[in-house]
Design a binder for this molecule. Structure first.
Ligand SMILES: [Fe+2]
Ligand SMILES: [Fe+2]
Length: 164
């Protein structure tokens, strides 16, 4: 683990240890990549970029980590009522609020991360950043350019399986 990784773990530690975050490791998000691996990838890159750009790296890391905390199998039509594109940011914000005290900025990062495909308008530089980083990471994952399980292992985060 390098210095930046240690800082990231210190910033998000209580969330990284939570069952809710680790549970994301049981659902696939992009191809073979789990929602946990994707969320850590987005959170870590957002944290690094926010730090480099003099932005709020705590909100970027926490919002990035929780942006897909919807906690269901996206292919299971009975798990959510409408379009995944619109439903999942709202489900993620609801679950995140149950897990930690979210700032207004962090809540908006989660709700707006699908913009312009759905959800709220990003209302801070950090929300725009996470929206952009999410798209960038999804591209690397979908085209198999990078598998973020490597990053998860380096950060020492273990997935938690609760459904079989
Ligand atoms: Fe998402
Ligand atoms: Fe995402």
């Amino acid at each position: 683990m390098n210095r930046y990784m240690r800082e990231f773990v210190n910033t998000t530690g209580e969330l990284l240890d939570s069952d809710q975050v680790r549970m994301m490791g049981q659902w696939k998000h992009h191809g073979p990549i789990t929602t946990l691996d994707h969320s850590l990838f987005v959170a870590y890159l957002s944290f690094r970029a926010a730090k480099a750009l003099g932005m709020d790296e705590v909100a970027a890391a926490r919002g990035g980590l929780l942006h897909d905390l919807y906690l269901y199998d996206s292919k299971d039509k009975s798990a959510h009522p409408g379009w995944q594109c619109f439903d999942h940011p709202r489900a993620a914000a609801r679950n995140a609020e149950g897990l930690t005290k979210l700032s207004a900025k962090e809540r908006n990062i989660i709700l707006s991360h699908m913009w312009p495909l759905g959800g709220a308008l990003p209302r801070s530089r950090e929300a725009w950043l996470v929206d952009l980083v999410d798209t960038f990471c999804a591209g690397l994952e979908v085209f198999r350019i990078y598998h973020p399980a490597k990053l998860r292992r380096r950060l020492g985060v273990c997935p938690l399986v609760t459904v079989h």
